[in-house]
Design a binder for this molecule. Structure first.
Ligand SMILES: Cc1ncc(COP(=O)(O)O)c(C=O)c1O
Length: 434
């Protein structure tokens, strides 16, 4: 008889469940463990969903021509001329990422740390996930020298790395790899003949787009880069499950897309018709969508920067966030003080924050990072409160001064400071006394 190891649920979803249960039991928790852009659904999106309700037929696996044309236009406005035949839509980008891992042979190279889903997907696809440390200045992309060494060692050990996943901007570090680094990594991918998957689900959550240069690997290595994206993060529609992929033009792109479509035809058939209707409208970027993207990126930036400051003031090293809604502090400078309190690795660090201060974070060990490091991911997008609070936050001049957000930040500051037996600096959200 064969016994199958029971796979564990994704740790962020498991923690989200834990928070729901403990809150229902009356506990006050600061939830920094789930990367959901919790913002109200834009009314025009709900209208489009209702209008699309009659689209009940299965339709083409890749998605209908309307939605694919709209997505081709979205990419064209981002310096990536695209034919609708290069596009596939799906119920979220997660299944597209899974299908890509099934279709591209060989092993997969991941930045370390990385979003917690890539490595389990690799395991489901029978691949080895090879983690390569990210540079000091940003995450989402492996450090190029370390990447070269990892490929050489893996090949010498009989492994066959053929796929490289990049996250731009990055979950978990909340940073965006700069153009020079993208060029260097793309040159190496070309030299080593790797397929690049550029996960750009946070592309429109760059905090200061006018001051930030976004270079997609698809501009540098167009023949080998597949981009995945979706509306879960940018428009807070995670539960609607709208994702898309853009494949390279040319022979290699056609083969990859054909493989993904074959997998899709057996796994999910197509994106639900009403969601295709929503996607066609949203990727068309009418003014109200552009304005919502601008307002939410600004809010995500303001709150992520506030939490970054709290972490740094508590004594952590932390890359300043520039995109998405995460920070990734490193408490290494406080190792002696933490060790004296029994905190010696990322698991005990996350556990201590929960037990001592009711702060829920995702330890770096769950993201492919060195388990002995004192690092965790803090997602900052669940700090905006209930629907009324979210609406206020989207329009406030200084959202971190809104009492319901300042309250969460004050709890976070107190908890981070308590880790090392200190009090939070008095300047942190003084209007909230705790
Ligand atoms: C980096 C990254 N990629 C992809 C996804 C999946 O998004 P979806 O399947 O909702 O499109 C997430 C969600 O957390 C993410 O953080």
């Amino acid at each position: 008889m064969t016994t199958l190891a029971a796979p564990l649920p994704s740790p962020n979803l498991a923690l989200d469940q834990l928070v729901a249960e403990r809150r229902a039991a009356g506990e006050t928790l600061v939830h920094l463990a789930f990367g959901e852009a919790r913002l109200p659904v834009l009314p025009q999106l709900a209208e489009q969903l209702a209008k699309g309700a009659a689209r009940a037929a299965y339709g083409p696996v890749a998605g209908g021509p309307g939605v694919r044309t709209a997505i081709a236009g979205y990419f064209a406005r981002r310096r990536l001329p695209t034919n609708p035949d290069q596009i596939v839509v799906a119920p979220g980008s997660k299944p597209l990422l899974m299908a890509l891992q099934l279709v591209v042979p060989g092993d997969v190279l991941l930045p370390s740390p990385a979003w917690n889903t890539y490595a389990p997907q690799a395991a489901y696809a029978g691949k080895q996930a090879i983690g390569v440390p990210v540079p000091k200045e940003c995450g989402g992309v492996p450090e190029p020298c370390a990447l070269r060494t990892a490929i050489t060692s893996a090949r010498a050990a009989g492994r066959d790395p053929r796929l490289l996943v990049l996250t731009l901007p990055d979950n978990p570090t909340g940073t965006l790899a700069p153009p020079d680094l993208i060029r260097e990594v793309c040159a190496l991918a070309r030299e080593k003949d790797l397929v690049i998957v550029s996960d750009e689900i946070y592309r429109d959550v760059v905090h200061e787009p006018a001051a930030t240069e976004f270079l997609s690997p698809a501009e540098v290595a167009p023949e080998r880069t597949v981009i995945t994206t979706g509306l879960s993060k940018t428009l807070g529609l995670g539960g609607w499950r709208i994702g898309a992929a853009r494949f390279p033009a040319g022979e290699r792109g056609r083969r990859l897309r054909g493989g993904v479509l074959a997998a899709a035809s057996e796994l999910w058939s197509t994106l639900a018709g009403p969601m295709q209707h929503v996607a066609e409208y949203a990727f068309g970027e009418p003014p109200e969508i552009v304005e919502r993207l601008r307002a939410s990126a600004r809010l995500h930036g303001a709150v992520a920067r506030a939490v970054h400051r709290i972490a740094v003031d508590a004594g952590a090293l932390c890359r300043p966030p520039t995109g998405a809604f995460y920070i990734y502090p490193d408490f290494e400078p406080l190792r002696p003080q933490l060790a004296a309190r029994g905190v010696t690795d990322s698991a005990s660090l996350a556990r201590r924050l929960l037990d001592e201060s009711g702060i829920v974070v995702l330890g770096g060990h769950l993201l492919g990072d060195d388990p002995g490091a004192l690092r965790f991911k803090a997602a900052t997008s669940l700090l905006y409160g209930d629907e009324k609070g979210q609406v206020e936050a989207l329009t406030a001049d200084d959202p971190v001064r809104l009492p319901h957000i300042a309250d969460q930040l004050a709890l976070t500051a107190a908890g981070f400071a308590r880790l090392t037996g200190r009090r939070a600096p008095a300047h942190h959200y003084p209007e909230v006394r705790r």
